[in-house]
Design a protein around this ligand. Structure first.
Ligand code: PRP
Length: 216
């Protein structure tokens, strides 16, 4: 058994998290009990020196920023939106999608005219605000928590800013991408103090994970 303390790693619950765990496992940081099923949220192995816990994907950065986790994996969308004070160490190259503005096929005149604030429905108000500020376009943010595509269909907003993966949700709701805003993928992040005090171990993990990523 190792004398050093456990390395705490926050994984995003769900399909992406399972892929992320697979990468850590291939990197020699597997904790077999993760696959036991059930509702337990933490898994550890004293010999490997690692404790994993499953958290809601949008909460990973909070655990890492506050030091409850040393490492975690979060989408670039969450990092851009909440700007947590963490180190972004590695692009895992999975969970790829993009942030885009989208609307009904006939909305273009609204978008370009600039005569009135564009009503933008989104789960990502900061990303939307930054994007339109860079274009000098005034907007009125309508913050929603899901089913964003409904907003322009019901006249709640002129357009949306949301994640597009396959584009299927847009297509099935008669919406089109207006403009790509930023590419998104899963990132390995670290707590700043942990990175300083546990530098070698954390950089060791980053190195092993990077090698696995290259092989995939
Ligand atoms: C996300 C996103 C889009 C959809 C994009 O929604 O907000 O609605 O996935 O994926 P697609 O391009 O492959 O169709 P999510 O499933 O997280 O649901 P929610 O927006 O209702 O939270």
């Amino acid at each position: 058994m190792r004398s050093e303390r456990m390395l705490n790693i926050a994984l995003p619950k769900g399909r992406l998290g399972e892929r992320v765990y697979g990468i850590f496992e291939s990197a020699g940081l597997g904790v077999p009990s993760v696959n036991d099923g059930g509702r337990r949220l933490t898994f550890e192995d004293a010999d490997v020196g690692v404790r994993y816990f499953w958290v809601k994907p949008s909460d990973v950065a909070i655990y890492v920023e506050r030091g409850a986790a040393d490492l975690g994996v979060a989408g670039k969308d969450i990092l851009l939106e909440y700007r947590p004070d963490v180190y972004e160490l590695l692009d895992l190259g999975i969970g790829k999608c993009r942030m885009a503005s989208a609307g009904k096929a006939d909305f273009n005149s609204y978008y370009d005219s600039g005569e009135f604030p564009l009503r933008v429905a989104t789960k990502f108000p900061n990303i939307a605000r930054d994007f339109f500020a860079s274009r000098g376009r005034s907007i009125d943010i309508i913050k929603l928590h899901g089913s964003i595509e409904l907003a322009p269909l019901l006249g709640l907003s002129d357009i949306i800013v949301d994640i597009v993966e396959t584009g299927e949700t847009l297509r099935e709701n008669g919406l089109i991408v207006i403009e790509d805003i930023v590419e998104i993928s899963a990132r390995l992040i670290a707590n700043k103090a942990s990175h300083k005090f546990d530098f070698e171990r954390i950089e060791g993990v980053v190195g092993s994970v990077a090698k696995i990523k290259e092989k995939k």
